[in-house]
Every structure is written in C-alpha cells, then in structure tokens.
Write a new protein. Sequence first.
Length: 229
Amino acid sequence: MAKKIVKKKKLKIFNLLIILTVLGVISFGVYLALESPIRNINVSGNSYLNDDYILSTAGIIDYPGFLATTDSSIEKKLKKSPYINKVIIKKSFFNVIDLKIVENTPLFYNNSKQNVVFSDKREVPISECSYIFRVPRLINYVPDNKYNSFIKHMNSINPEILGKISDIEYLPNGFDKDRFLLYMDDDNMVYLTLSKFKNINLYNDVLEQLDNRKGILYLDSGNHFQVKE
C-alpha cells in the first residue's frame, strides 16, 4: 500500500508583508488626512461680532484637522452663542472653510430685568454682555401677556429707525392696553399701539412734514401731531 504524502502549506510570508504594507500605507494616509489642518477660514455676514470671537466660539481658532472638524460640531458650538442666530458652513478644496454668520439682532435694553433682549427672544444680562448696542431702553414693566407681542413688533422696526429711539415706556390708558410712548433722540415723542407698531418706520417721512417743529406724534390713533408749547 502506497504511503499518503501530506504536503505542508507554506506560509506565504511575502504576500503577508505586502498586505501589511498596504494596510499600513492606507492607515497612515487616513491619519494624515484627518490631521491635515484647516488652511483658510473665511468669515462673512458679521457686523458687531469680530472674527476672533466667531472662530474661538466655533473651536477652530487654532486651525484643527480639516476632516476631523465636522460641520455639525461647528454649528452646534456657534448656535450656543446668544449673539448668533444662524450659521451657514461650506467646505471646499484645499482645506478651506467658509462661515456665513447671521447675527442675533439686539432690540432693546430691558431696564426692569437689566438685560439685553434679542430678536429670537434670548436675553443676556447687561453685566455679562460683551457689546454696547445702540438700541432703545424699555424703562418700565410690560405685563407678560403683552411682552412677547412687544418683542415681535420691535422686530419689525427698521434698524435705522430703531437707532433713533431713546426710551420706550409702556403707557396704557382706559381705551388701549397695548399703548406705548416712544421718546426719540430728536426730542419728539411718538404714541404707538402694538397693532400699529410698524408705523414708526414712516418716521423719517413724517419728519419732513414737520418743518423742524418738536412735539408729540400720535400714530396710535388719528395720525396727528401736537406741537410742544
């Protein structure tokens, strides 16, 4: 009876080395790609926020790895800031990141609460606010059932007109519980009701008809002007 010859499988060391080398090169390439830093960051859309604040808040001021820094992580960090309403992020070749910032618009200082109120209703204590804004001051208390509506209508005022308002006083009477009195920088006063708040955007047009006279403008009803004595 012939003997059965068992052939030993030879370990193909050369092929194994090739596989290990290829895996090593791929791993090293992935590592380099992940660690390759951001080359350039373009920031746009900001007016009162400086670029350093935005980059620091986003966690990219030290130009970390381009691929390791995700859009979602940048957006999450930036939207925690009360000064930022929205951010649009775009990545492009050569490790470039574009950040388009939509700032949160400051509307007024709330004297009762000692804070700054922004367009998305977020509030920042005046003692912690990093910026000085040219916005009016709400000098007295507004009831809770009127306050949210007041913020909404303040949001409808053009920035140019908003900058001309010095103080705002909630001043209801027996006929109108939505009535406010606006003190303008030019010494005029304007009565408004919440339903007609956007009428203040016509203020510059009205001024042209006043011939430099000072007084009280009633835009809450009747749209008439009372000259100061």
